[in-house]
Ligand binder design. Sequence first.
Ligand code: CO
Length: 204
Amino acid sequence: MLDDLKARNRQWAAAKTAADPGFFRRLVGQQAPEYFWIGCSDSRVPANEIVGLDPGEMFVHRNVANLAPPQDANYLSVLQFAVDVIRVKHILVVGHYGCGGIAAAISGRRLGLVDHWLHPIREVHEANRAELDTLPEGRARLDRLCELNVMRQVRNVASDVFVQDAWGRGQTLFVHGWVYSLENGLVTDLNVTVDGPDRAAALP
Ligand code: CO
């Protein structure tokens, strides 16, 4: 089963080795990426590929709707490893327009367990109701909610104790908020980059 995938894997590994004979040997030695990506699980948003990075160059955590919930042990474990052990320099929270998780969160339909997972998005929606209601219903509102959700998750990351402690000991660490467009493959920087505890407090 899945013979096509196994065959493609062999081709991929052979091509990597042909282009750079020491490629895999170096990666075995250590993992020292400068970037930590928190993105959506959506198959159309492949983290490394979008920013042209090879294996070993980006630490990645993905979940439905790119959330950074302060009680989620999975996300927190990855965050702590990225900040304390790997000591990444940049954390990128990357949402995407057309996110099914964002749409589902405010659709009013009951989907099951994921309704609980998506709860933080409904909170972002409520908190920004006045602004969202000024936009045309549908696409424009959902796109803005994608952006607001990224900003909120940037705030979650920046206010986390692991990140606060890193800044406290003088570690260089930036938290960025981006949104990716499925339509043209481009990322937009939301310009909410946080580089220390003072900037974190100013986020929406
Ligand atoms: Co999504």
